[in-house]
Design a binder for this molecule. Sequence first.
Ligand code: ZN
Ligand code: ZN
Length: 159
Amino acid sequence: MQIIFHCPRCEANSDCRPHPDDAPVECSRCDWCRDAGSGDFDRINPAIVTRCRVCGCDDLWRQKDFPPVLGWLIVATGILLSSFAWAWHYPEWAIGTLMLFALADMILYIFMRDMLVCYRCRARHRKTVMHDDYQVFSHELSERYIQMKKRQDEESALR
Ligand SMILES: [Zn+2]
Ligand SMILES: [Zn+2]
C-alpha cells in the first residue's frame, strides 16, 4: 500500500508505504504518526481498508489510479498523427491511427487499478485491496465534508 497525504501536523505533502499494510502511517517530514493497527481494516477480511489511514474517516471514494492528463495526452497524440496522415492523403491511416490510440486509451483505463480517496482529508490510498462496495465520487457527500470543515474552521477562529 502507498498513502499520499497532506500531513496534519507539518502540512507537507507526504508519501508513506507502510509495510505490512497495517503498520503505522508516518510523515516523511516530521514526527507525525498514526497507528490504528488493524482498526482501519475490515474485521472479516483484514486486507481490505475500511477507513482513511490518515484521519480515520469512514467515507472513501474509489477512483482510477490514472492521471487524467495522461489520458488526454494519448488522445491528443492520436488526433495529431491522424491529421498528419489525413493531410498527406492517407485516409485509412488517419482513421486507423485514431482508432488505435482510442483503443490504447481504453485498454489502459480498464487495466488501471483503483485507489481510495478520503472525503475528509483527501489522502490517496494506492495499491490497496478493496471490496466492490466502494462508490465513485459523490458531490453531495463531498459538499457535506467541505461544509463540516468550514464550520470547524469558523468555530476554531472564534475560540
Ligand atoms: Zn508532517
Ligand atoms: Zn482522511
